[in-house]
Design a protein around this ligand. Structure first.
Ligand code: PMP
Length: 396
């Protein structure tokens, strides 16, 4: 059967590809250490599961409004008010089937063919594909290691043209593990004033920040920022709920309504009993449940960065958010390891997996070929063993 040009143009996600190969090796009995995961390794907290079971037993098994039940949208509005200082009414909020869906649908709602989207590198692999699927073009902005891979106001200013429709901000960042400071975000917001550039602020890693890092929602910076921003957040990372497919978008009513129209034909509502679990997730027990996971991520992230920096030719900044280290390994490019030439991050990841059975993700699909991504959403023991293997492999 014919496959559409549009679908042919979409590659498999690089993060999924490496996980698939690692799983294949595991199935063959190979002891693989996986640093590829983009999902917390904790189980969903019991109080959330219990709420879903209760809802299921109470017969919450039918369609809901496409954008989600009003109680959940109100709970999200309350959360955004209390934690982020953002005033959104339930009409300004839509519940989506995971953050990927939020990204896809919001782009479909605001982009037209010919629009340009400013995408600072490193970027999450899904962004360029969803931009393309909306008929728009990515304008990738390179960032510097010296600035911890964050976009500067000047670079942003230089990139804006009369075709620029949207800027993507993702802080805390996947794959970079960095977080913009409130001051840095303010400077970015200032550059946008007087332009017609909209912002998607992907805040899915909001809760996973470390040390003295402060999180601030882009839309809360000023009235101007509020009016031009779609705030994206979800349950996957903070509550260890990747399989539940629950996220949301908040923003101007006309855009959220447009997303609702699209969603009513595409998927309708996210799973009904899951919506009740999402209300529980945001409730009183949220802080304690999140903090337990956050502390463990913090411990692992610190250790992983220390260990990576102790390996010759690897440079890594400690993550301030999310659960990724994104070291520069490019000093090893051009080398032969076990008679295999390492020409870039794709070779680095592929050869490391085959020869030392350590799975990590190449930086190239994230727009940074000098780097590789290691997730610390795995056990401490796995980190110890995996980095040991990496060091030995590089010493050959
Ligand atoms: N945004 C970013 C930056 C992510 O890393 C992810 C997950 N990898 C998502 C959104 C989407 O998460 P989900 O679809 O599980 O909600």
């Amino acid at each position: 059967m014919k496959v559409s040009k549009r679908a042919q143009d979409v590659p498999t996600s690089a993060t999924i590809a490496v996980t698939a190969r690692a799983m294949q090796l595991k199935a063959q009995g190979v002891d693989v250490i996986g640093f590829g995961a983009g999902a917390p390794d904790f189980d969903t907290p019991d109080y959330i599961k219990d709420a879903a079971i209760e809802a299921l037993k109470a017969g919450k098994t039918k369609y809901t409004p496409a954008g989600g039940i009003i109680e959940l949208r109100q709970a999200i509005a309350d959360k955004l008010k209390k934690e982020n200082g953002l005033d959104y009414t339930p009409e300004q909020i839509i519940v989506n089937i995971g953050g990927k869906h939020s990204v896809y649908e919001s782009m479909q709602a605001v982009l037209d063919p010919g629009d340009e989207v400013i995408l600072p590198a490193p970027y999450w692999v899904t962004y360029p594909e969803t931009i393309k699927l909306a008929g728009a073009m990515s304008k990738i902005i390179q960032t510097d290691k010296a600035n911890n891979y964050k976009i500067t106001p000047q670079r942003l200013k230089d990139a804006i043209t009369d075709k620029t429709a949207l800027l993507l901000i993702n802080s805390p960042n996947n794959p970079g593990g960095f977080t913009y400071t409130p001051e840095e975000l303010k400077d970015i917001a200032k550059v946008l004033e007087g332009t017609r550039v909209m912002v998607i602020s992907d805040e899915i890693y909001e809760k996973l920040i470390y040390g003295d890092t402060k999180f601030v929602s882009f839309a809360s910076l000023s009235e101007d920022a509020y009016n031009r921003t779609l705030t994206l957040n979800g349950f996957s990372k903070a509550f260890s709920m990747t399989g539940w497919r629950l996220a949301y978008t908040a923003g101007p009513v006309d855009v959220i309504k447009a997303m609702g129209r699209l969603q009513s034909h595409m998927t309708q509502n996210t799973v009904t009993f899951g919506q009740y679990a999402a209300i529980a997730a945001l409730g009183e027990q949220a802080a304690g449940a999140i903090e337990k996971m956050r502390l463990e991520f913090e411990r692992r992230g610190k250790y992983m960065a220390e260990q990576l920096n102790s390996i010759e030719g690897i440079e890594c900044t400690e993550a301030t958010g999310a659960f990724y280290c994104f070291p520069d390994v490019s000093s090893h490019y051009g080398r032969n390891i076990n008679d295999t030439k390492i020409n870039g991050s794709m070779d680095f990841a592929k050869v490391l997996l085959e020869q030392a059975n350590v799975a990590l993700v190449p930086g190239l699909p994230f727009g940074c070929d000098n780097n590789v991504r290691l997730s610390f959403a795995c056990s401490f023991e796995q980190i110890e063993e995996g980095l040991d293997r990496l060091e030995k492999w590089l010493k050959q």
